[in-house]
Design a protein. Sequence first.
Lengths: 100, 130
Amino acid sequence: MTTLHIINAAPTQTTQLSSCLRVLSAGDGIVFCGEAVQALRAGSLAAQQLQGIDHSCKVYALEEDVLARAIDAEALPVTLLDYPAFVALCVAYSRVSSWT
Amino acid sequence: MKFVINVLSSSNAPATRRALRFAQAVLAAGHEIVRVFFYQDGVLTASNNLVVAQDQQDIAKQWQAFITENKLDAVVCIAAALRRGVLDQAEAQRYQREAVNLADGYQLSGLGQLHDALQQADRCISFGGE
């Protein structure tokens, strides 16, 4: 059973990301939306942590939030999502965990 | 597939706009929304007293239009609503308040309605924070 984790807060504001990484299992996915996309900034501590996750785990981000913050998402292997793709992902993974 | 959408932030928060765009995409993809549950500051979206500046998006109004157009079951947590001054006719009478401000399309009820929706749905997606 794979889980899609949804994270919405910046890594400096909450422990969402570190808590999520503790329970992240092989095959899981993480969606970054809202201020959480700050975690994708090249060279940040959070981005370094993400580089260390299991290779079977995928990283996604809401494209509008990445563009609004001018984040260069090239540094990590990130798949950018529009809303239809976000919905499709929630269906594709067998569980969804919204971290709040 | 059946979805529950859980809205936890006020209508000013980007999370509540995100919840709306997500919910629109759920229906557009042919899925079903069993219930939209408004909880914590999310209950403020159901107030019809909100006045939004002309140069800003009125996300509460957009939520209401989406709910009524699609005849969605939109439940507002009654305890969270009362403490934030969102009242329907019955609660305004019960607590002797002058204002009734629960917007059309919403109903006040308890957390049990979230639990009930979770039993019916395949996925619950929560939108909180910023």
